[in-house]
Design a protein around this ligand. Structure first.
Ligand code: OOG
Ligand code: NI
Length: 471
């Protein structure tokens, strides 16, 4: 048996570091984003003190929290699953980005991430992973879909040695140092932007459907397309980045800045920069062109919403979109006005405190017994609200560790110049979470189940410690 020195979480942390170095070298605006994130985080800590760390220890907050890659086939996706499993990252959630009325993208996606709190605390790195759907006739004609399938079937994104090492790491729960080094070097290398020439005609044909299809389907490799640090005040970060002359997408995706605590996930990104890449022209000559495929993103994490909270979020988001669509008939609604409308709606419809969010079952919390018991003594009351009110227990927010499909569709716009082509009337391809689990060959977790278990376990512990009957 090999001597095991690098555990999955150490591989994960080292991998995140290597990707960050790679991105810092290759994408010049990215270090600016990281520096601005650190400045804003320190400022927020200075002005808010301990409250700034309510949703996470600042020593970790500024770390890169997620990256994103795009693959072309179920086979490539299952290989990604092996590589991430070696680092203790497992698929959570099914995101279908083909449905959005505007900004639809021909991919389905999941996120690979650590599952439980101790692992998340050791290293929260996650990778949003999308897979192209060439069979979706709303985007691709039968002929183009077939040619795409053919081109994708014929490429190797991950060398066999990398996959072998991944399987070994899974079987032995880690790798010895020499294998860990090979694994990390090969895994990082597999996500570099390739210097190989791209076929111009094929790239152009795919770009007409969607820049994402061209990014995924025209090359023979994949690449990391963004990395995302976490910031404590995303509104300020957005203003700082603009102030430094960086071109940003036009909004902050997700819930608005409102009177209550941060919920779910807010994110924004800079526009992908043009990067040099050789193209092979139809006459065989090599020319130098540019592609816009890599960018920096930033996120602000909030409290995980329950199923009810999420339904309310979706409802309010749809309401804002309707209002904006109505108003747009007379004049375009600028982004700040949209943000104002959303905030106003949220302030009216969502209870604006942690306690109220917990009481209305809109957000997830874990519960612990108050050690110094502010309560009056005697037998404890029987319900969570009473236990909270009377100071027997305290509630800690559970941080949202997943993504939002509408926001993700918005983030994809970072490297789309044109709306692309989509025939809404053509038949789509039915793909769902069960299908994706099958393609991955491993269980696909539902985010709500994970959060719910944390809440439930904490309630059971509280009940046991307080000796509550009937639990
Ligand atoms: C992924 C976009 C989604 C997010 O943070 O929502 C995403 C991509 O551009 O490939 O990363
Ligand atoms: Ni992202």
């Amino acid at each position: 048996m090999p001597e095991v020195r690098w555990e999955p979480h150490q591989l994960r942390a080292a991998f995140a570091r290597r990707l960050s170095e790679l991105f810092g070298r290759d994408v010049p605006a990215y270090p600016t984003l990281l520096a601005a994130t650190r400045e804003v985080n320190l400022r927020v800590l200075g002005s808010q003190g301990a409250r700034a760390e309510r949703l996470g220890d600042l020593s970790r907050v500024g770390d890169e929290r997620h990256g994103a890659i795009r693959v072309g086939t179920p086979r490539e996706l299952s290989q990604v699953g092996r590589i991430f499993a070696a680092m203790g990252m497992y698929p959570v959630g099914f995101y279908d980005l083909r449905e959005a009325a505007t900004r639809a993208v021909p991919v389905v996606a999941t996120a690979f991430r650590p599952l439980d709190p101790p692992e998340l605390a050791r290293g929260p790195f996650r990778v949003f992973t999308s897979m192209l759907v060439p069979g979706d006739r709303r985007f691709f004609t039968a002929d183009l879909g077939r040619r795409l399938d053919h081109a994708l079937a014929d490429r190797t994104l991950f060398p066999p040695l990398l996959l072998d090492l991944a399987d070994r790491a899974i079987a032995w729960h880690g790798l010895d140092p020499a294998d860990a080094e090979s694994f990390l070097a090969l895994a990082t290398d597999a996500l570099r932007l390739s210097p190989e020439p791209v076929d111009r005609a094929w790239f152009t044909e795919l770009s007409r459907v969607c820049a994402v299809a061209a990014d995924i389907g025209a090359g023979r490799t994949t690449h990391l397309n963004h990395l995302t640090p976490r910031v404590l005040d995303i509104d300020e970060l957005y203003a700082v980045m603009r102030g430094r002359g960086l071109e940003m997408i036009d909004t902050i995706q997700g819930p608005p800045h409102w009177a209550g605590p941060d919920l779910l996930l807010r994110q924004t990104s800079m526009r992908a920069l043009a990067e040099h890449r050789p193209f092979r022209e139809p006459d065989g000559t090599i020319t130098h062109g540019t592609v816009r495929v890599r960018f920096g993103e930033v996120e602000s994490r909030g409290i995980a919403a329950t199923v009810r909270g999420r339904a309310l979020y979706d409802e309010l988001t749809a309401e804002v979109e309707e209002t904006v669509a109505d108003a747009t008939r007379s004049a375009p609604v600028p982004a700040p006005e949209r943000a104002r409308l959303a905030a106003e709606l949220w302030n009216r419809r969502v209870p604006a405190s942690e306690a109220a969010l917990a009481q209305h079952d809109l957000a997830y919390f874990t519960y612990t017994v108050e050690p110094d018991g502010r309560h009056p003594g005697g037998p404890p009351p029987l319900t969570l609200p009473d236990l909270l009110d009377q100071g027997w227990i305290r509630a800690e927010p559970i941080v949202y560790e997943d993504f939002l499909p509408r926001s993700a569709a918005g983030i994809f716009q970072s490297n789309l110049d044109t709306a692309g082509r989509r025939d809404a009337a053509a038949p789509g391809t039915e793909l769902d979470a069960a299908w994706l689990a099958g393609a991955l060959g491993r269980p696909l977790r539902d985010p709500h189940t994970l959060y719910d278990r944390l809440r439930r376990d904490s309630v059971a512990r509280v009940a046991e410690q307080l000796g509550l009957p009937g639990r």
